[in-house]
Design a protein around this ligand. Structure first.
Ligand code: HEM
Length: 460
């Protein structure tokens, strides 16, 4: 969908009519304007992300509810609170990955699958932050079998993404198709409910996202809680769905792109190893890394530009009274899609847009303002700090401590396999809600080794 709209925008200009009452824009100025203006509201398309009886922050179009929710959750997503979550994030993220990679080095010549490791780490982090459960629990599934938390959440979130898209079908077909899997929604909400009760009973406050849910249920001075139990459940679904895939797959694409462009991989590793010599074994924290690894940050931004994981377009509805975009007037109720993918790939906005070129963010720091992977303006992603902390700490620690290379028998993907414009070809991608590798088992294998050990061997 995203690629089709890009080709079409290149043919017909940045603003185009896609249906009688819908337009789409790839112009960064238009996108910034409409996403930061309170006059435009979220369009009714967001209903497909509704998994419970009540609207969540992401689906609601009620302005009062939006500002109430963003006020309540804002203090749990700001840089200070996120910093308090860091020990948990390190433990479930980078420490867990390093354990897996070290074991693979010992037992399997360092062969790992980075799509699997990033998914596992992000699942573990979000599961710990939202469920408050560090250990992997075994769940009973509907057929009486057993599943661990990671597999169970993976199945549940995959189902929810499918369910979101299927909502575009007529209601009776939708219910027929989704009925056999609907137990996932019930199981997730029962589990969240159980975790909330456990935390309430323990009476111990912790720095995580479950605490945000528990605190919002506490009665205020007027005797009523900030949120109802249904609203809290709706929010927990949003955190689970929104928190996992985009973070995991942005890291997957960043590693893939660094493998396709080894000159940038080398520059990132030189930056990290020069500033934080790996001989000193300690783990790098986000507070040490913040503003210290501009090359790595530029690579993450460039990866989000080139392969924007939430690859759907962002829809808004034109307000009462006409609005004008690029000199054309649009009536109240017109849907305007911010075509993020098209904007990120347009030669009008970026030089040589199909090439992975992190330097564009170092040469012009303002370029970041034209990357809309986290949305923009009033409804900017609430988890942006958390996601950046996850991605920077995980990628920095890995690329500093390990050498990475593709398996020797990889002849189908690599820097020398070129596509149009003599640009290294990306691995095949599926663009169903999120941009994911189409064949992760085949294409995301990696051989890893400890930099320190290789250096020692080379010196001997
Ligand atoms: C690389 C990782 C991530 C990306 C690329 C991303 C992207 C986005 C995008 C595009 C939106 C929609 C903006 C709109 O509709 O206008 C959004 C909204 C949101 N995201 Fe994220 N997200 C990421 C990680 C996270 C994480 C880790 C969390 C929390 C655990 C989170 C929580 C939210 C919430 C609560 C909203 C709704 C904000 C609102 O509607 O006001 N996101 N995100």
């Amino acid at each position: 969908m995203a690629q089709h709209s890009l080709t079409s925008s290149q043919k017909h200009g940045t603003l185009q009519t896609i249906q009688p009452n819908s337009i789409s824009t790839t112009d960064p100025h238009d996108i910034r304007h409409m996403l930061s203006s309170p006059r435009y509201s979220k369009s009714s398309y967001y209903r497909i992300l509704r998994f419970t009886a009540t609207d969540s922050l992401v689906t609601t179009r009620d302005k009062e509810k939006v500002s109430r929710m963003r006020r309540i959750f804002g203090s749990y997503f700001n840089a200070t609170y996120v910093a308090r979550m860091e020990p948990l994030i390190l433990d479930c993220g980078i420490i867990r990955i390093m354990r897996i990679w070290d074991q693979a080095i010992k037992e399997d010549g360092g062969k790992i699958n980075y799509c699997e490791t990033f998914n596992l780490a992000t699942f573990s982090i979000i599961s710990r932050l939202v469920f408050g459960e560090e250990e992997i629990r075994v769940h009973k599934n509907s057929s009486g079998g057993q599943m661990d938390t990671v597999r169970w959440m993976s199945k549940a979130t995959t189902y929810m993404c499918f369910r979101a898209v299927l909502q575009l079908l007529p209601p009776w077909i939708f219910h027929l198709v989704t009925m056999p899997w609907d137990h996932y929604c019930r199981e997730v909400s029962d589990y969240v409910d159980q975790c909330i009760r456990k935390r309430q009973l323990s009476n111990k406050s912790q720095s995580d996202l479950l605490q945000a849910l528990v605190d919002s249920l506490k009665p205020q001075d007027n005797g009523t809680p900030l949120l109802s139990r249904d609203e809290v459940l709706a929010e927990s679904f949003l955190l689970l769905i929104g928190g996992i895939d985009p973070t995991a797959y942005t890291m997957v694409w960043t590693i893939h792109l660094l493998l396709l462009y080894p000159e940038h991989l080398q520059k990132v590793q030189t930056e990290l190893r020069h500033k934080f010599p790996p001989e000193k074994d300690q783990l790098l924290t986000f507070s040490q890394l913040r503003n210290q690894v501009p090359y790595l940050e530029a690579c993450i931004y460039e990866s989000m530009r080139l392969v924007t994981v939430p690859c759907v377009q962002i829809p808004r509805t034109c307000p009462v009274g006409k609005v004008s975009l690029q000199g054309r007037e649009f009536a109240e109720g017109t849907t305007v899609f911010a075509n993020i993918w098209g904007s990120h790939h347009s030669p009008l906005n970026w030089d040589d847009p199909e090439r992975f070129s992190p330097r564009r963010f170092l040469d012009d720091p303002r370029a970041k303002h034209s990357v809309f992977a986290f949305g923009h303006g009033l409804r900017l992603c609430m988890g942006k700090h958390l996601a950046m902390m996850n991605m920077v700490t995980i990628l920095a620690n890995l690329l500093r401590s390990y050498n990475i290379k593709s398996p020797v028998d990889y002849s189908h993907t690599g820097p020398e396999i070129k596509g149009a414009g003599d640009i290294p070809k990306l691995m095949p991608m599926s663009q169903f809600v999120s941009a994911k590798p189409k064949y992760p088992e085949r294409d995301c294998q990696l051989i890893v080794s400890r930099y320190k050990d290789e250096k020692k061997n080379n010196n001997n």
